[in-house]
Design a protein around this ligand. Structure first.
Ligand code: SAM
Length: 305
């Protein structure tokens, strides 16, 4: 459901609704949310979207917004809750500012919160820079409370690279050496970004892929916990939460994005939602295909990679 009332959004979640979008400013919702009611807050905050309501068109606005909301995020998160914050870079006059530097200056200064991982999200496509290397990564900062936190590594394991490897000495010599449940996915994640021909693309200019959120939901949200995205956009976090069976509460100022979110939720319910599966490998072109061949030498890319 979509509602313009923060109280109605909270009441809906409390009465068991699984997907609720508050069409308004997240600061209103954050102030109204009960303490310790969110298991995972996962978001990509607005930066330089150029919209009228965007307070983060300059770095000062971006950091002020974070200073303002962080105390509320801390208060609404459960004792064992987690906070995942996905950001890119600010480029102005050829100068690059990684936005996670700005975020960490604020979130990392808290005595009661700890940075657990700085995940590098890498992707193959984007704008082509002329005077510096083209940007092909963004980051997710994962924070949790200092005392305890939920982390389900087994829910996120990926296939081992050398499944058939065995111990070659010691008491377990001859036994399989790798965990049959798969390996830790590490902190560098190669997931295609949502460009024009991506199956998840909507009219939103800066969606993140559902798979990115899905891995974080699996690892960082207890199975019956609430996932909250204060800057929901078209609810990619919400789609991930729904697929993973968690309840979702989002805030989004733009009515049109709320409507798209609701459509995506209905598509989850009817099992027609368009997503790129989390375990689908990144596409590698066939080196013999016409587009992969070097038209000048007629050699295949595969000749030198
Ligand atoms: C980077 S986008 C999030 C995209 C989202 N991760 C997705 O995949 O759809 C940030 C969103 O925050 C929204 N926004 C900006 N300021 C807001 C505020 N104060 N409260 C709620 N939403 C806000 C913008 O409209 C924008 O859609």
């Amino acid at each position: 459901m979509i509602t313009k009332s923060a109280d109605a959004a909270i009441a809906a979640i409390q009465s068991g609704e699984k997907f609720v979008i508050y069409n308004g400013d997240c600061r209103t919702l954050l102030k109204a949310l009960p303490p310790r009611s969110v298991a995972l807050a996962l978001s990509s905050p607005p930066y330089f979207l150029g919209k009228a309501f965007d307070v983060s068109r300059e770095l000062d606005g971006f950091s002020n917004l974070h200073r303002e909301i962080f105390p509320y995020l801390q208060s609404v998160l459960e004792e064992s809750g987690n906070l995942g914050w996905q950001v890119g870079h600010h480029i102005r006059n050829g100068v690059c500012t990684p936005l996670d530097f700005v975020v960490h200056e604020i979130f990392g200064a808290s005595a009661s919160w700890r940075l657990r991982n700085r995940i590098v999200w890498t992707f193959g496509h984007g704008t082509h820079a002329k005077n510096r290397f083209s940007g092909r990564h963004e980051t997710v900062l994962w924070y949790s409370g200092a005392q305890s936190y939920h982390f389900d590594l087994d829910a996120t394991r990926v296939p081992q690279k050398y499944r058939g490897k065995k111990f070659y000495k010691g008491p377990r010599k001859g036994e399989w050496s790798s965990n049959p449940a798969g390996k830790n996915p590490g902190d560098v994640w190669d997931i295609p970004n949502v460009k024009a021909n991506h199956v998840e693309k909507t009219e939103h200019p800066c969606q993140f892929p559902v798979a990115l959120a899905q891995r974080l939901v699996r690892a960082l949200c207890r199975p019956d916990g609430l996932v909250f995205d204060p800057f929901a956009g078209v609810a990619s976090t919400g789609v991930a939460a729904a697929i993973e069976g968690r309840a979702f509460l989002g805030a989004e100022v733009d009515k049109r994005y709320c409507e798209v979110s609701e459509q995506r939720w209905q598509a989850v319910l009817s099992e027609t939602v368009r997503i790129r599966p989390i375990d689908k490998p990144v596409f590698q072109p066939d080196p013999r295909s016409a587009v992969a061949r070097d038209p000048y030498t007629s050699s295949a890319q595969g000749d030198y990679i």
